[in-house]
Design a protein around this ligand. Structure first.
Ligand SMILES: Cc1cc2nc3c(=O)[nH]c(=O)nc-3n(C[C@H](O)[C@H](O)[C@H](O)COP(=O)(O)O)c2cc1C
Length: 164
């Protein structure tokens, strides 16, 4: 059994967290892309509405085979106090029975905890056990700084403990 980090990132901050953790913890890494056009002001408004309503979206990959993984990280930016449509869509297609889960959310200032709580409800209802969660504030931080912060959190929470 192995460990995998599954994440969505629109502007690169969550990607910086996922890549740093993957390197530090020696895990597989899967980026989920959202096929919906979310550009511009209107795109952002609809993104918030979609996240708030938990609207499903089309993603690439459309589903992930988790058979070989014992520990799965799900990482997302916070949108309107919730997880992103891409991550919610993927979680709702996964067979998570018996899996250990780590959840993380990046955010400007607030709402990451409620995003995590919602993801926790979803993964637990699909048969998984959440072993750790964390949020990272990214406002005004470079991707390098976000990477550094992630490295520190990984040490602080001793995330390697959960590795498969
Ligand atoms: C549509 C949209 C909604 C957002 N809503 C929130 C929010 O509710 N709270 C918050 O602190 N940040 C919010 N943000 C900021 C992002 O969560 C934050 O910048 C995140 O780290 C971006 O991650 P990414 O670079 O991986 O896309 C929002 C950003 C977008 C685009």
């Amino acid at each position: 059994m192995k460990t995998v980090i599954i994440y969505f990132s629109e502007s690169g901050k969550t990607k910086a967290v996922a890549k740093t953790l993957s390197k530090n913890l020696d895990t597989d890494l899967i980026e989920v892309r959202d096929l919906k056009n979310r550009n511009g002001f209107v795109g952002k408004v609809f993104s918030s509405i979609d996240a708030f309503r938990e609207s499903k979206t089309n993603t690439v990959p459309s589903r992930v085979d988790l058979q070989n993984y014992g520990l799965i990280y799900f990482g997302t930016p916070t949108w309107a106090g919730n997880a992103t449509p891409a991550i919610i869509t993927i979680i709702d297609k996964c067979d998570l029975r018996g899996k250990d889960i780590v959840l993380f959310a990046t955010m400007n200032s607030s709402g990451g905890r409620s995003a995590i709580n919602r993801m926790k409800e979803k993964v637990e209802s699909r048969g998984a056990r959440v072993v750790e969660t964390f949020t990272i504030k990214t406002k005004d931080k470079s991707v390098e700084k976000v990477g550094e912060d992630s490295e520190n959190i990984a040490k602080l929470l001793d995330l390697s403990l959960y590795n498969y």
